[in-house]
Design a protein around this ligand. Structure first.
Ligand SMILES: [Zn+2]
Length: 431
């Protein structure tokens, strides 16, 4: 049952920023292995999007409320020391080790296995099911936008889109022992700016006051001292509201009080540290800096890169206005390098309830809740054609496992993988 998963893990489908460095043969081999392991799935009509993206169409009894299940074929490069070879797919004591076990070949294979099993049982879904597997998610590539275009061309308006994202997370909250199944209903937008100050330069022995580096430094500290206004979005309020009753007695009172007021919860999350503060505000981080290339030369130009994660409720325009108002210096030029608005919040209606109900039934010990996803996924592109886009991977994950995503020693238990397969099967059956 897990042979297909292990085989697919062994194929190094690594995404690289430099397209020429990409190993296309690995992606071809992945398609080949997918065909070999899932012959029934491959009787369904499929189109290729971008170089190796796949879009399968499983016709249901009705096409009124189509569902899209998403995952991606590519993985991030390997770094750090690994206990087992990252593309070895070693199974030890019920644990599968390898790059992509969680992000995202686990869910990709689980989706394929669920569909394969249902096809073998002669199942026809109540509604159309589309499977959209991207091939360059990790480099913000074109496969997902092209899949969206393809669906739009065919007049498909998905009722529900489900991509990777939250998980059945163990030790997610300090003070809450139960696992929390978090379903992403929105994700932060990623925008980058460049700040640039030009000046005269010259010899370092005769510097003028407030040259480019000093002016830039002043702008950077002004930005650092004036974070954006914070306010816990609805999804964050709901997450803490649902988690509070399960907190240990020492924390329960504080949490139960805080969730009654948005202002109070916002303050509490800011005070608890940068991780929780990021849940309630747009964050602004100055990441890169450059000045003069030589110690004895005054910089003629100084630049800083600013990475901004925009929370639902804020907009790029508003954030740029904030940045320029705070810097308050027309000699600091602000240029947009990457644009990305936050994704609109998907509603907590029937589609969310379907995902939540299957999850609650399948993981009875877990608290199920919406939340705001901090990382970017391919799902954001689908908000152009669907109101109901959710981000959830039906796997139980410990904190250690979540931290292994994009790092070393990524792993999943065989049991969690098999439960994930069953979860997708039930989801399709319940459509
Ligand atoms: Zn991923």
């Amino acid at each position: 049952m897990i042979e297909a998963f292990l085989d697919l893990l062994r194929i190094p489908t690594i995404s690289t920023r430099d397209a020429a460095a990409r190993d296309d043969a690995a992606f071809d081999a992945f398609h080949e292995a997918l065909r070999r392991h899932f012959p029934r799935l491959h009787t369904l009509p499929v189109v290729r999007v971008s170089s190796h993206g796949l879009l399968f169409h499983w016709a249901g009894t009705s096409s009124d409320r189509p569902m899209v299940l998403m995952a991606h074929i590519d993985v991030v490069p390997v770094e750090g020391g690994w206990r087992h070879p990252p593309f070895g797919a070693v199974v030890e004591d019920g644990v599968v080790w390898g790059r992509g076990t969680l992000d995202c070949k686990g869910s990709l294979t689980a989706i394929c296995q669920a569909v394969e099993d249902l096809l073998a049982a002669g199942h026809t879904p109540q509604q159309d099911v589309w499977l959209s597997f991207g091939c360059n998610e990790e480099v913000a590539g074109d496969a997902a936008p092209l899949a969206v275009e393809e669906l739009r061309r065919r007049g498909v308006t998905p009722w529900l889109v489900l991509d990777e994202g939250g998980a059945v997370a163990y030790d997610a909250f300090p003070g809450v022992d139960k696992p929390i199944a978090v379903i992403g209903v929105t994700e932060k937008g990623v925008t980058s700016l460049e700040l640039r100050v030009d000046g005269r330069g010259g010899h370092a022995s005769t510097p003028a006051p407030l040259g480019p580096t000093a002016r830039l430094a002043r702008a950077v500290t002004r930005l650092d001292r004036a974070p954006m206004r914070a306010s816990a979005p609805d999804a964050t309020m709901e997450l803490f509201r649902r988690a509070a009753p399960h907190a240990r007695p020492a924390m329960r009172y504080a949490l139960n009080t805080a969730v009654r007021s948005r202002a109070l919860l916002t303050r509490l999350l800011i005070a608890a540290g940068p991780e929780t503060a990021a849940m309630v505000r747009t964050t602004v981080a100055v990441t890169t800096l450059s000045g003069s290339p030589a110690l004895n030369v005054v910089a003629a130009t100084a630049t800083a890169g600013v990475n901004i994660r925009i929370l639902v409720g804020d907009t790029m325009e508003g954030v740029i206005r904030h940045v320029s108002r705070v810097i308050k210096d027309p000699q600091v030029r602000i240029t947009v390098i990457d644009e990305g608005e936050p994704s609109p919040s998907s509603p907590l209606d029937e589609a969310f309830d379907l995902i939540a109900a299957v999850t609650a039934e399948h993981f009875p010990e877990a608290v199920t809740s919406p939340y705001v996803m901090m990382a970017a996924t391919d799902a954001r592109h689908f908000t152009k054609i669907s109101e109901r886009v959710y981000r959830f991977t039906p796997f139980e994950m410990t904190r250690k496992q979540r931290e292994s995503i994009h790092a070393s020693d990524e792993h999943i238990t065989v049991d969690a993988y098999l439960k994930g397969v069953a979860w997708y099967r039930i989801l399709v059956e319940r459509l």
